[in-house]
Ligand binder design. Structure first.
Ligand SMILES: NC(=O)c1ccc[n+]([C@@H]2O[C@H](COP(=O)([O-])OP(=O)(O)OC[C@H]3O[C@@H](n4cnc5c(N)ncnc54)[C@H](OP(=O)(O)O)[C@@H]3O)[C@@H](O)[C@H]2O)c1
Length: 275
């Protein structure tokens, strides 16, 4: 996989804008073995949080643990397929029992079935929803009671601009992310007043395995101003999480496209058909 750290823009070398906020917090990050999830683990561990990273790939989890334990002895990994929501909830219960609580949950793990519209089947949709939607729902339901009881907690759901501006294609990934965004917004109304912040993240484009494989399957290359490094997206998330905004969007250009779609829907859809 590409080493995203080697392509840092000057902006992404800025010091973290979240200070001591995460020191002593207990954080769980799903999809920790690669890409954005691994970077969030690095940044949270570096900020003094006790981090537990979940993913399926044992070797990659071991490598991340070896990297982070030198500076963050409490860093732990658990091999877990998040589509097994029973195992996922058990893992979260185990973390809460061992650490006393979960302060921050980042639902980051995702898959894109990568099947063409002509070939996609119902099972592709179901599995995509299992990983991208039902897993975050199950994880949220597992940590929510403890957070509400303590009157404190943060849940970050990594959605996608595909969920709010779907690109041409089979739509399994986009619809699972749209569902995740709606779930996040609905629950935020009730949980916010109880001290629990829910956020939905729109990371634009990152040249990770997931992002590059989408390009490889024909997703149009995003506009020049849209790509972001995992470092800058992680930093933006950690700076905004716990704050008042439901949505954490990293690309003003895509936010502008949302307005364009709203104001000129027919023109937008005509242009989007070929892009
Ligand atoms: N890259 C982009 O351009 C882009 C754009 C918008 C949104 N996003 C979102 O950003 C998030 C991170 O994606 P990324 O680009 O960093 O992708 P990535 O580098 O491909 O990483 C995906 C992570 O998810 C894990 N994962 C996948 N299926 C899993 C499962 N069933 N159980 C547990 N873990 C699983 C993978 O680990 P294992 O294989 O080890 O399980 C890996 O750690 C995702 O929610 C994605 O939808 C990405």
């Amino acid at each position: 996989m590409a080493d995203h750290r080697s392509r840092l823009s000057p902006a992404s070398r800025r010091p973290a804008a979240y200070g001591e906020r995460y020191r002593g917090q207990v954080a769980v990050v799903t999809g920790a073995s690669a890409g954005l999830g691994a970077q969030l683990c690095r940044d949270l561990a570096g900020a003094g949080a006790t981090v537990v990273g979940l993913a399926r790939n044992r070797e990659r989890l071991h490598a991340l643990a070896a990297e982070l334990r030198a500076t963050s002895p409490g860093f732990a990994t658990v091999q877990c397929d998040v589509s097994d929501t029973v195992a996922l909830q058990r893992t979260l219960d185990d973390v809460a029992a061992a650490q006393g609580r979960v302060d921050l949950l980042v639902n980051n793990a995702a898959q894109d079935p990568g099947v063409r519209l002509a070939d996609i089947g119902e099972d592709d949709f179901r599995h995509t929803f299992d990983v991208n939607f039902f897993a975050p729902v199950a994880a949220t339901l597992a940590v929510m009671p403890g957070m509400v009881e303590r009157g404190h907690g943060t849940i970050v759901n990594i959605s996608s601009d595909g969920g709010r501006l779907p690109s041409p294609g089979p739509g399994a990934y986009s619809s699972s992310k749209a569902a995740l965004s709606a779930f996040s917004e609905s629950t935020s109304f009730r949980l916010g007043p109880k001290g629990v912040s829910i956020h939905v993240v729109y990371p634009a484009f990152m040249a990770t395995e997931l992002g590059l494989s989408a390009l490889g399957r024909g997703l149009r290359r995003p506009p020049r101003m849209t790509p972001r490094s995992v470092e800058s997206v992680s930093r933006r998330i950690l700076a905004r999480a716990g704050g008042p905004s439901l949505e954490i969007s990293v690309s003003g250009l895509i936010d502008a496209a949302m307005v364009f779609r709203q104001v000129m829907p027919r023109t937008y859809h005509r242009l989007r058909r070929n892009w």
